[in-house]
Ligand binder design. Structure first.
Ligand SMILES: C[S@@+](CC[C@H](N)C(=O)[O-])C[C@H]1O[C@@H](n2cnc3c(N)ncnc32)[C@H](O)[C@@H]1O
Length: 289
């Protein structure tokens, strides 16, 4: 008996290589996810709980269920189980320093800005963007300064919309910003929330980056950090090029610490710092407002 069969025998559900390949194909086609063979044990442990929750007895049955037209919610559960929503306020701080020093001064002068947080998870990233802008433009919420924040996972988008976080996360926010833009939650002493003014700056929505984007742009900056890490090289390339199309000339793309723009996608960008890129004027097909 092979080692795999022995392992399989110990599992609650059988999970053949064919089951894994079928799941990997579906995850790639629907969400751009790249699942290497080495991820098979991880995929099993993450999805076994979905099989239990849906009371199906095998991965084959689960796959049949996923392919059913009205199971779009289960497909979202699938991506939620296979990716992580880990995030924090002012994560990868250097991007916010660039936003403050390179972009904010112009926004202050023109009173206009468009920023997209693509893969915003539970909202700490767009709130960090808003806080950074408010540092230099205190009346930003009353000007034409807007942040679009999207994620594929409806559960994190609804947490983000609520704008309520555990007090433990507060220390990442400078005390002056805390006192100006946050308040304690009267009904939950262990939590804080952002006040109305800052919340007005952000529009939250559900969006799968692998399907059509229902907005024109152009954006002054796009944050897409620690999202493309799940995608294969070809999917990443397409995504970076699509971002170039949505940026104004000179606009910034900020990506995660383990991600890089490489190959043909780099034709549209120039490097502007650590995991920071600027759209080259004249490249892509971004439309001006
Ligand atoms: C690790 S979090 C990153 C959050 C934030 N950008 C940061 O760097 O802290 C990755 C997020 O990407 C989202 N995601 C994964 N695949 C996606 C897709 N195809 N379209 C949109 N969002 C996706 C996940 O739901 C998750 O919330």
């Amino acid at each position: 008996m092979s080692l795999a069969a022995v392992e399989d025998g110990q599992r609650e559900f059988s999970f053949s290589d064919q089951d894994f390949q079928s799941l990997a194909r579906l995850a790639r086609a629907e969400f751009g996810l790249s699942l290497a063979e080495s991820k098979k044990p991880l995929v099993y442990s993450r999805l076994a709980r979905r099989l239990r929750a849906r009371k199906v007895g095998s991965f084959q049955q689960y796959l049949t269920l996923l392919e059913t037209a009205d199971e779009s919610e289960e497909r979202l559960e699938l991506i939620s189980a296979l990716t992580t929503n880990v995030t924090s306020f002012f994560r990868e701080k250097h991007h916010f320093e660039t936003l403050k020093s390179e972009l904010s001064p112009d926004f202050g002068k023109t009173g206009k800005a468009r920023i997209w947080s693509a893969g915003c998870s539970s909202g700490q990233e767009p709130f960090s963007i808003a806080l950074t802008l408010l540092e230099t433009i205190p009346d930003a919420a009353r000007r034409d300064i807007r942040i679009l924040a999207t994620d594929i996972d409806p559960a994190v988008v609804s947490r983000a919309k609520r704008g309520r976080y555990s007090n433990e996360e507060k220390s990442a926010i400078a005390p002056a910003l805390q006192s100006k833009w946050t308040r304690l939650c009267p009904d939950a002493p262990s939590a804080f929330e952002f006040n109305e003014e800052i919340r007005k700056m952000i529009s939250f929505g559900e969006l799968n980056l692998m399907v059509g984007w229902p907005f024109k742009g152009p954006f002054d900056a796009i944050f897409c950090r620690n999202v493309a890490i799940y995608f294969d090289h070809e999917t990443q390339q397409k995504l970076w090029s699509k971002f170039a199309d949505k940026l104004r000339p000179g606009g910034y793309l900020f990506i995660g610490h383990s991600e890089r723009v490489t190959g043909p996608a780099m034709d549209g960008f120039t490097t502007a710092g650590v995991t920071t890129y600027r759209k080259i004027a004249g490249s892509g097909s971004a439309l001006e407002n």
